[in-house]
Design a protein around this ligand. Sequence first.
Ligand code: PMP
Length: 401
Amino acid sequence: MISLLTRVQLCGFKEENMERIYLDHASSMPVDPRVFEFAKSYLIKDYANPSSLYSIGLEIKNAIEESRKKIAEFINAENEKSIIFTGSATESNNLALRGTALRNIRDGKEVLASAIDHISVINPMKELQKNGFTFNVAPVDPYGIINLEILESLLTKNTTVTSLMYANNEIGTIEPIKEVSKIVHEKGRYLHVDATAAAGRLPIDVQEDGIDLLTLSSNDLYGPRGAAALYIKPGVKVQSVLLGGGQERGLRSGSENVFAIVGMGEAARIAQKEMKNESERLKKIRDELIKEILKIEDTYLTGHPTKRLPHHASFRFSYIEGESILLNMDMYNIQIATGSACSHKTLEPSHVLLAIGLKHEEAHGSMVMTLGRSNKREQVPVIVKGVKETVQRLRQLSPLT
Ligand code: PMP
């Protein structure tokens, strides 16, 4: 890992007045100013606790219920009661997996996830394993698509929860959710889908796709951090993993983050209206970036070439290392990611890149670009120049070339 000193030295080279090009929307997104305007009164004026019985409390409770309706519409849920607000996608994933596995323990003690699921899915599954559950992992192909035959062979009537991402945040691959749902419902029980990376970029219909539990995050929709949601299909039994005052139908105790919740609903409403055009716009820019960057020698796309999120481009470069790419790109005032933002505290390469069959040294040379509203076509040549020069500079220094 690059030391802090090297990092400071590299940042010192950054030229003044370079336009900032942010390409890391999978790890953090700005709040849409329209969302902020819509929800800001809940920070400074309408700050009463929604559980209070006086009239302002009731009005605030109604604002939360309006937001719940917008989220339900966004994913075509049966009704708004099937939406539970939580504090983060991590929390929604924990509630979905631990809450469902523990509540249905009499029906079986087996759980399953794909090898490329997010760490906030994998770790709760491992915790269940420590508590006597069997945790099966379904492998993926070199593009990151789940192997349906192996999935089927791993499922039993005791598999109460199966978890899969709608689309992967590191390699952009979109999973065949409908087919997975069919298999899970024939052989196992409930399907949980982590749609954190896909929501706002692809239309999601929980009824059409046959999903029992679905995780959504506010910030990934240009909403405020501190809110997320878990869809729970009517009839699916889940128990709380947080105990306290019994908010959110007893499934998520703790005073509601009203500003973030109201903002999330408005962000979802805007996303529903604007997603199609915005995804088409970003896809064009993304395709151009992929075409140009793949012209660099010994450079490969990671993830599926077509079944991928429209704003997502991810690569691996031979002989060089992701952290150095990230820091060099920062000298051009371009922010990119390497592997998962959540695993930067370890030297291990991303579990997703290893799961698609890359060797350790191959997985270390990864770069992920996730586009958003601030990105424009005119930025493509600047980004491509930055990548080309970065790769050339690092390869000159690499002992592997
Ligand atoms: N799932 C996926 C697919 C993610 O990309 C992330 C991170 N953005 C999470 C879950 C966890 O989100 P958070 O850190 O906001 O809880």
